[in-house]
Ligand binder design. Structure first.
Ligand SMILES: NC(=O)c1ccc[n+]([C@@H]2O[C@H](COP(=O)([O-])OP(=O)(O)OC[C@H]3O[C@@H](n4cnc5c(N)ncnc54)[C@H](O)[C@@H]3O)[C@@H](O)[C@H]2O)c1
Length: 167
């Protein structure tokens, strides 16, 4: 994928995998907006405080990203990782913790994909059938690539079908 001059939104870009992707994009001459709970602006990357599970917050981040130009791609890296047994020695898995994982990893990922994908579709090839949603799904509470795999796969975006309204 051509990154030079393109505009990208990277969630979770304040640290870890997202920071690596954001740095890689910026080095390649892209306009990069990082949407994260925490982070900072630097020369090539603009930080927008964002909660991926919150509709308004993600829309604000997308609007800020569009100020750079058309959105070439959204990269979903925001996520939380927890390791707790459903029934451990200390008792059952904390429900609040599980709820947080679902909110960030599941709801948040979907929220970003649906709001960001809409603009990617506008950019791409014009027609609905030709819409592309390139997404590097990393922390979905399931399996994901390691850092090296993340950067490798960044070169080979997956083509995902659009969610069909009503489906
Ligand atoms: N690092 C790996 O090798 C690896 C491998 C497989 C899966 N994962 C998964 O990928 C995800 C990211 O991993 P990482 O190593 O980069 O973790 P990380 O903790 O370094 O980065 C996650 C980022 O997401 C942000 N974040 C958390 N909740 C958010 C929210 N509600 N809104 C916006 N941003 C939020 C955090 O602030 C943080 O900057 C995790 O879910 C992890 O489980 C990581």
């Amino acid at each position: 994928m051509e990154t030079q001059g393109g505009t990208f939104l990277v969630t979770g870009g304040g640290s870890g995998l997202g920071a690596a992707v954001a740095g890689n994009l910026a080095e390649g001459g892209a306009n990069v907006v990082v949407a994260d709970l925490e982070g900072e602006n630097n020369e090539n990357v603009r930080f927008i405080e964002t909660d991926v599970a919150d509709e308004e917050s993600v829309q604000d981040a997308i609007d800020a990203t569009l100020e750079f130009g058309e959105l070439r791609s959204v990269i979903n890296c925001a996520g939380v990782a927890t390791a707790e047994k459903i029934l451990g020695k200390e008792g059952p898995h904390a429900l609040d913790l599980f709820n947080k994982v679902v909110q960030v990893n599941l709801i948040g990922t979907f929220n970003v994909a649906r709001l960001g994908g809409r603009h990617e579709g506008e950019r791409a090839d014009g027609g609905r059938g030709a819409r592309r949603h390139r997404q590097h799904c990393l922390g979905r509470g399931v399996r994901g690539p390691d850092r090296a795999g993340c950067l490798r796969r960044f070169e080979g975006w997956r083509r995902l079908p659009d969610p069909a309204p009503g489906a």
